[in-house]
Design a protein around this ligand. Structure first.
Ligand code: AMP
Length: 631
């Protein structure tokens, strides 16, 4: 079929198109209304339908593939390697579900999951959706302050966590960070369920902390039926950064998400039941939710859960796993490829990769040299895809499952079915239709199935954050600049807001600034994202100390810089740590007091800072220029 026809139908015969896609999953009660958009911008998909994500990801496959691999676990950190068939996964999920129920978790309750990459994290996610509870996974790299703000927003009944993760052979204890987060949080979950990996000692809080292994023993034969929920029932929330310091809980439904993911595996990722999918992401990110856990399992594929680095024990580890488990679909991020690029390219051809159909990359811009290097090295197609935590599945890519179509280097591709993508003028909201015109990438409502329903607990924030960017027009803003060529391929040109992307991880500069400002010696700070050859971008901080004498010597500066980094590590996690903290006496601001972040960024990247007529103190930028000058 021609992709153009497929796409057009998804927009112009929306209900007919998605009614067909809905048949990719099991419904206990079929939907009556495909899309209810009577209250824009809130779209309700598959209204009247009742289903269950866990049933579709696990139980449904028991007839045909009970003994096939469902979850393959490899940790090059602990040396553990094991597999779970669909039957075994089914049993483990029920044990976890029974354990959660015994702790009082029921339909609609939130369960916060703060876990390293271990199978129990996947069991916990599936167990939650099985019983109608709403999971909220917090990336294990986040530290206590980030975690506390998410605890307070999600208000979980139970937290599932572990003693520790491990990175590059170094144990990262989770429990002390969790305890500190619980001390900071106002909301106190009644129970903490702990997986003890034997990596780090844990101090248990009497009456609150429960050992999962012990509880699991009590529920070995558990049979916990799937709770059929309305299509619109929230399956999970996942926090993401924006321009404010307060992260937003992206709320996802059940039916729309299941249909969208099942359809994407077929049309975009070209995965088939019985095959193996390997996503190198983390369950704490949206890619982990969609393409480690739910997508592959919904499609009856085995999913490979990997804990470790791409270059340890050697740079061939991922490819050895592709060979061993006959991976057909792989998903990673450009940063990981740039890490591999520093290693011997011979690793790419050491193993038999003939099972691999394509490598999908997303999360940040894919530069041409990186794409070419990996495509040549692997001899396999590389498919870029552009999307966001909010959308849950790709907005722009190529749907080779519908019609094989070439990729263009530098472009993630064309709009995916269901996404009415427009380029809009930032100031006027006018649609830009000519090739080569730069505009904001926007989506006309309704957002397709699988996209966020709202901001958890804050419908008004959903509307004001995403749908109010363009005068006289209600369209969803991605906050990305884009341009389209004459063939309809889009190119992403960076964010329109103060969000930065470090190694594919989205971070709000405000969050980092707030953390740095909490240091008693810091009066003010500006954080900007600066281009980096490996990570895409890194955070750079410019701080004004309360007392200039405290940073009079280079030694003092280094000392304070180190202290500030420690504060960020403890509060946000190493993921938020700026590459450098430099000290200045004043920050470049407009006369009305607005930080000139773009000018700071330009100076750091040795570009022209542009129009500076509104700057309060031109010397402020000169100071930064002197600090970052290559000489
Ligand atoms: P996140 O929600 O953390 O996945 O971040 C989403 C943001 O990452 C997008 O708004 C883009 O700025 C960026 N992004 C994701 N995928 C791509 C891609 N393939 N090319 C360029 N930028 C991307």
């Amino acid at each position: 079929m021609r992709y153009e026809d497929f796409y057009r139908r998804s927009i112009h015969d929306r209900d007919g198109f998605w009614a067909e896609q809905a048949a990719l999953i099991d419904w206990q009660t079929p939907p009556q209304t495909i899309c209810d958009y009577s209250n824009p911008p809130f779209a309700r998909w598959f209204v009247g339908g009742r289903t269950n994500l866990c049933h579709n990801a696990v139980d449904r496959h028991l007839h045909e593939r009970a003994d096939q691999n469902a979850l393959i676990y490899v940790s090059t950190e602990t040396g553990e390697e094991c597999t779970y068939s669909f039957r075994e996964l089914h049993a483990e999920v029920q044990r976890m579900a029974a354990a959660l129920q015994s702790l009082g978790v029921g339909r609609g309750d939130r369960v916060l999951i703060y876990m390293p990459m271990v199978p129990q994290a996947v069991f916990a996610m599936l167990a939650c959706v099985r019983i109608g509870a709403i999971h909220s996974v917090v990336f294990g790299g986040f530290a206590s302050v980030s975690l506390a703000s998410r605890i307070d927003d999600a208000r979980p009944v139970v937290i599932v966590s572990a003693d520790a993760g491990s990175r590059g052979g170094k144990v990262v204890a989770y429990k002390p960070l969790l305890d500190e987060a619980m001390r900071l949080a106002q909301h106190q979950p009644s129970r903490v369920l702990l997986v003890d990996r034997g990596l780090a000692p844990m101090i248990r809080v009497e009456g609150r902390d429960i050992d999962y292994a012990t509880l699991r023993e009590r529920h070995l034969d558990a049979s916990v039926p799937c709770e059929w929920v309305e299509s619109g029932h929230p399956s999970y929330t996942l926090y993401t950064s924006g321009t404010t310091g307060r992260p937003k809980g992206v709320q996802r439904d059940t039916g729309g998400y299941a249909v969208a993911l099942a359809a994407s595996i077929r049309h975009i990722f070209c995965g088939n039941p019985g095959e193996t999918y390997f996503s190198t992401s983390d369950i704490g990110w949206v890619v982990g939710h969609s393409y480690i856990v739910y997508g592959p399992l919904l499609a009856g594929m085995a999913t490979l859960l990997y804990e470790g680095l791409p270059i340890r024990p050697d740079a061939g580890i991922w490819w050895s796993l592709v060979e061993k488990y006959q991976v057909t679909v792989m998903f990673s991020a450009p940063t990981a490829v740039r890490v591999l690029k520093k290693q011997d390219p011979a690793w790419l051809s050491k193993y038999d990769l003939s099972s691999l159909r394509a490598l999908f990359l997303a999360g940040e811009p894919l530069d041409e040299p990186t794409a070419k290097w990996i495509a040549d090295g692997l001899g396999r197609p590389i498919v870029d895809n552009y999307w966001q935590t909010e959308t849950g599945w790709p907005i722009l890519t190529v749907a080779n499952g519908v019609e094989p179509r070439g990729s263009k280097f530098g472009s993630p591709g064309v709009p995916m079915y269901g996404y009415d993508v427009k380029l809009l003028h930032e100031g006027t909201g006018e649609e830009l239709t000519s090739p080569g015109q730069k505009g904001v990438v926007a989506l006309e409502g309704p957002l397709p199935p699988g996209c966020m329903q709202t901001v958890w607990g804050d419908d008004a924030r959903f509307v004001s954050t995403y749908w109010n960017s363009f005068p006289g027009r209600m369209a969803y803003s991605t906050f990305d600049w884009g341009v389209r060529d004459e063939d309809g391929y889009y190119f992403i040109l960076g964010r329109t807001d103060d969000v930065i992307n470090v190694a594919g991880h989205r971070l709000g500069t405000r969050e980092i600034e707030e953390s740095i400002s909490s240091h008693p010696h810091v009066a003010e700070v500006a954080v900007v994202g600066v281009a980096d050859a490996l990570k895409g971008q890194v955070a750079m901080a410019f701080a004004v100390p309360k007392d200039a004498a405290s940073v009079a010597t280079p030694e003092q500066q280094l000392k304070l810089e180190g202290e500030i980094m420690k504060v960020v590590d403890a509060q946000l996690g190493a993921v938020g740590r700026p590459a450098r903290v430099r000290f200045v006496t004043v920050l470049p601001k407009t006369r009305s007091g607005k930080l000139l972040r773009r000018a700071i960024q330009a100076v750091c990247e040795h570009r022209d800072p542009g129009d500076l007529t509104t700057i309060e103190d031109p010397l402020a930028l000169e100071q930064i220029k002197a600090l970052v000058s290559p000489a």
